[in-house]
Ligand binder design. Structure first.
Ligand code: HEM
Length: 419
């Protein structure tokens, strides 16, 4: 279990920690109680999470190395914490007792940066994620999905939806977004998969991160010489003199980290919901108007990013009657918050007609997911295309391999029969 936890923590902190020269073994000793919000029973959070929410929406986790850790499971309490960027820091330096602004200027660390650095970095990216800019990706997203469906249709026997559908779609969409040229996409795919193995395995090759940064640095250098219309080219054209190549590579890496495994997990687990719930399948198959609500409800129900990045209290505060002290670590369970009964009845099941407008699947506050609209575009296009192409699709194997303990919940494979 210990090596598993090292792997988990490492995945999120490695790049940051390495830059700061931290000893990661210090954070490797998390007890079972701290892992509870990362565990599930099939698609559902474990019952202990709901129990914690109903009795203590902010509860203390006992961990061995002299830091107070709080688990937030209530929806209102989650918004209170995530919405208070002044009161809480995202900077990992806090965990090992270092304070002050980060000296790192890599936008790859957007999720670990605090304002004003966070504000500066996020401003570089925001224009690339407006609906107007994103709409240029619509034809490419459709074409990527159709190509994957064609490849699946051509295969003999069972097809693994994770390998053939859920993983390649977001990886290729990120190529489109960044402006990675077609001839480089094979390498990009290979590297994203290496990153995925890293996310999936306990102690898989950590070299994948530095390899992908090196590779992305090469992509950036090419764009510097000949900037295209993708995200990297546009930033080079508009702010080229304000950003270094390594910053841009970090930015691309952050987009890959934020947008790949998350969207892939939504595609795989959402497909599973469709396979298990015939009513939803029929609804999405027959009626375009239902897709929007269905996707929001799936985002809520699955909440694949189970916990937000840890927040570090900068001052003493009271939340839900609990005294949080400066330096305490606060872990917000997004999957707990999204099933809080204050949001409505019967949240333990998927209801594709439910207006799930208040979910926190993309987080909340200044760190709210910058790629939320892009993810929605992919999901809204992919699910109907899948069920319409393969209306008789069914599970080939009921024995499903869910991730045991992982920040982004997911499935390792999803074998289906298509006709
Ligand atoms: C369904 C898919 C996705 C889900 C569920 C998701 C979820 C999240 C969540 C919960 C956060 C906030 C974490 C926190 O506050 O601690 C976040 C942040 C982020 N996401 Fe996403 N995400 C998805 C897709 C994407 C995509 C497609 C991209 C980019 C192409 C992306 C890029 C990012 C980045 C860069 C951040 C950091 C933002 C910041 O700190 O300001 N995500 N995401």
């Amino acid at each position: 279990m210990k090596s598993r936890v090292v792997g988990l923590v490492t995945r999120w902190y490695l790049a940051r920690a390495q830059r700061k020269g931290f000893d990661l073994s210090k954070v490797a000793l998390l007890p079972e109680a701290a892992l509870m919000p990362l565990k599930r029973d099939g698609l559902d959070p474990v019952p202990e999470l709901g129990e914690a929410r109903s009795t203590e929406p902010v509860s203390k986790i006992n961990i061995p190395f002299g830091v107070n850790v709080w688990l937030v499971t209530g929806h209102a309490e989650a918004k209170t914490v995530l919405g208070n960027a002044k009161g809480y820091s995202n900077d990992f330096a806090n965990l090992v007792g270092e304070h002050g602004a980060s000296e790192s200027h890599s936008p790859g660390g957007l999720g670990f940066a605090d304002p004003p650095e966070h504000t500066r970095l996020r401003k570089l990216l925001t224009p690339e994620f407006t609906m107007r800019r994103l709409s240029r990706l619509t034809p490419g997203i459709k074409a990527i999905i159709e190509q994957r469906l064609d490849a699946m249709a051509a295969a003999d026997g069972p097809v693994d939806l994770v390998e053939e559908f859920a993983l390649p779609i977001p990886s290729l969409v990120i190529c489109e977004l960044l402006g990675v040229p077609y001839e480089d996409r094979g390498d990009f795919q290979r590297l994203s998969m290496a990153r995925f193995d890293l996310f999936g395995g306990a102690t898989a090759s950590l070299g994948a991160i530095s390899e992908s940064l090196q590779y992305l640095l090469g992509v950036v250098k090419k764009q510097r010489d000949d900037p295209g219309d993708g995200l990297l080219g546009m930033i080079i054209k508009e702010h080229g003199d304000q950003v270094e190549d390594i910053e841009l590579a970090g930015l691309a890496d952050g987009v890959l980290t934020g947008g790949f495994e998350t969207t892939a997990s939504m595609l795989a687990l959402g497909a599973l919901v469709l396979l298990q719930d015939k009513d939803s399948f029929k609804l999405i198959h027959d009626d375009d108007a239902t897709v929007h609500d269905f996707v929001e409800e799936l985002l809520r129900y699955l909440t694949v990013v189970q916990v937000a990045f840890p927040r570090f209290a900068r001052e003493d505060m009271t939340v839900a009657g609990k005294q949080i002290t400066k330096g305490d670590v606060v872990v917000v369970s997004l999957s707990g918050a999204d099933r809080d009964p204050t949001l409505g009845p019967d949240l333990e099941r998927v209801d594709p007609t439910r207006p799930a407008t208040q979910h926190l699947a993309f987080g909340y506050g200044v760190h709210r997911c910058i790629g939320a609209e892009l993810a929605r575009m992919e999901l809204r296009a992919a699910y109907p295309a899948l069920v319409r192409r393969f209306p008789s699709m069914r599970l080939a194997d009921e024995d499903l391999n869910f991730r045991k303990v992982s920040i982004v919940y997911g499935l390792d494979r999803l074998p289906v029969l298509l006709d």
